[in-house]
Design a protein around this ligand. Structure first.
Ligand code: 1CP
Length: 349
């Protein structure tokens, strides 16, 4: 049973919004809320490599808690990375500061696939431990578990690191669809199991990040990506946790992303919540979508943008306030605290 969490957690505004139920205040959290925008994070992380840090449950717990204490957000998100399960099954990769994940030997052939075995809970005991510690400490506040979706993970594996164009990934997808589907099938197992481990240890919500899938057309998404994301999300269907599905630049893909099996679809700042909700259809909540750049604007400008989004969110079936993408590392963290308070104040009813 996944359930040491108090029954109160079930009634949190975040969970209610995700299920399109009435809330007392609009719930808010920020993608990448833990991390470099916080001086207390930089102090803790100093001298420890990113992937190393992710395997230390006490450190993970402390880093995950920092933004919850500081900002009063409605959810914690496990401090980890989308490539953690790939490293756990034995891929030789590193998260390079200021760059992102770098893979020593990219995955581009059928023989390379043998280097990506299936994940079991035994590969990631430190995740189970960290989630348990966090659930005990969080009390009412739900913990969000997460994973990378097969397309975004495949992009790192095929390219060998971060890419803007995803050229090799798209060339593989179209040039050898059999190999592409075999790779994504394996990644769906890895990510699905990674989510399941987190939920079984007590995570109350999951988010599947398909950060870079906005690089694809709708037809490519439907053919090459959606079945694999659907399989990933299906791994936690029936466990009673809302599933959030997010990517950047996905205006054309929102309906298909919702149909992949998510109760909540994350929206970036390019599409309004109203338009997004219409595209996704009834019965789904939306999450978003303040442009992170506005965190650097004068307070009055930022204030108006936040209030507009909260107002828009009142007219969709369910709304979780967030940014359109992650917190920029150089943002003033006090601004995030003010935004959190503002969302709560203006939405209180
Ligand atoms: O607070 C939180 O949100 C939890 C921490 C978290 C999450 C949710 C980290 C820590 N990574 C992630 C997910 C993640 N990792 C995503 C999906 C979210 C998104 O779209 O932003 C992606 C695409 C990655 C891959 C990754 N890892 C990048 C992006 C590189 C690129 O392609 O442009 C980077 C920079 C990392 C490293 C990383 N992950 C997390 C942190 C704090 C860092 C920086 C560490 C460092 O530089 O030392």
């Amino acid at each position: 049973m996944p359930s040491s969490a108090p029954a109160r957690t079930r009634a949190s505004d975040l969970l209610r919004a995700a299920r399109c139920e009435p809330v007392t205040r609009t719930p808010v959290w920020f993608m990448r809320q833990a991390g470099r925008s916080l001086p207390e994070y930089r102090a803790l992380r100093a001298g420890t490599a990113m992937l190393q840090a992710c395997t230390r449950p006490e450190l993970v717990t402390e880093i995950t808690m920092q933004p919850v204490r500081r900002h009063g957000v409605d959810a914690a998100i496990l401090f980890s990375d989308i490539v953690v399960p790939l490293a756990a099954v034995g891929l030789d990769l590193e998260v390079v500061a200021g760059v992102g994940p770098v893979v020593a030997r990219p995955v581009r052939t059928r023989a390379d696939l043998d280097r990506v075995p299936e994940l079991t809970g035994e590969h990631v005991p430190y995740i189970t431990e960290a989630v348990r510690l966090l659930v005990a400490e969080l009390g009412d506040t739900p913990l969000i578990g997460f994973a990378g979706a097969p397309f975004t993970l495949a992009s790192y594996l095929v390219e060998g690191g971060p890419s803007r164009s995803h050229v090799r990934t798209k060339a593989l997808m179209h040039g050898d669809p059999g190999l592409w589907h075999a790779l994504c099938d394996r990644l769906a197992q890895v990510s699905g199991e990674f989510l399941r481990v987190q939920v079984q240890a007590g995570a109350r919500v999951v988010q599947l990040f398909d950060s870079w899938v906005g690089a694809l057309s709708r037809s490519d998404y439907a053919r090459f990506v959606q079945p694999h994301s659907a399989r990933t999300l299906a791994a936690v269907a029936g466990l009673g946790v809302p599933r959030i599905h997010f990517g950047v630049g996905t205006g054309e893909l929102l309906a298909l992303m919702g149909a992949a099996g998510a109760e909540v679809v994350g929206v970036d700042y390019r599409v309004s919540l109203t338009d997004a909700s219409e595209r996704i259809g009834p019965g789904h909540a939306v999450q978003g979508n303040l442009d992170p750049a506005l965190l650097f604007a004068p307070w009055e400008v930022l204030r108006e943008a936040v209030v507009d989004i909260v107002e828009e969110g009142r007219h969709v079936p369910g709304h979780i306030f967030n940014l359109g993408h992650g917190v920029p590392p150089d943002v003033d963290p006090d601004v995030l605290t003010r935004v959190t308070e503002l969302v709560h104040d203006v939405s209180a009813r």
